[in-house]
Design a protein around this ligand. Structure first.
Ligand code: FES
Ligand code: FES
Length: 157
């Protein structure tokens, strides 16, 4: 069994841990760092629930190893709102457009939308819709989430 000392910058704070080589990034986030806003669904890259940002890009944390995040910036749902708790633009849109019901898929959806809109504030409705295709939601019928996309891209009527 191989063990590795890693340090991940998680939501701006360094987190050190000794992890097995096989430890997934999502298990590191939830079990070692105690940030349970990131959810685990399928555990094989299909549902999108575990999506976090790695150096600004949306990634599936169930498909990555914790050691791959050593020395890198990871952002989770807990790092999306302002320090005073004010919702981000994406969170506010999710709230106002009823983009969630049970909330299980929601952290992943928020992280993908956050990564896309921060990387390109002019991102198109088509690009955002395409990006959230990788997120399975068993509750909303997707209509609320698509309204969020419209709002974020200025396409809301
Ligand atoms: S838990 Fe990672 S994609 Fe489903
Ligand atoms: S809000 Fe329940 S799975 Fe999406």
């Amino acid at each position: 069994m191989s063990e590795h000392a890693i340090e991940v910058i998680l939501n701006g704070e360094p987190v050190q841990a000794i992890v097995e080589g096989r430890r997934t990034l999502v298990d590191f986030i939830r079990l070692d760092a105690g940030k349970t806003g990131t959810h685990i669904g399928c555990e094989h890259g299909v549902c999108g629930a575990c999506t976090v940002m790695l150096d600004g890009e949306a990634v599936r944390a169930c498909l990555m190893l914790a050691v791959q995040a050593d020395g890198r910036q990871v952002r989770t749902l807990e790092g999306v709102a302002d320090a005073d708790g004010t919702f981000s633009r994406v969170q506010q849109a999710m709230r106002e457009e009823h983009g969630l019901q049970c909330g299980f898929c929601t952290p992943g959806v928020v992280m993908t939308l956050t990564a896309m809109t921060e990387a390109n504030p002019q991102v198109s409705e088509e690009e955002l819709t395409d990006a959230i295709c990788g997120h399975l939601c068993r509750c909303t019928g997707y209509q609320g989430i698509l309204r969020v996309v419209k709002r974020l891209t200025g396409a809301a009527t």
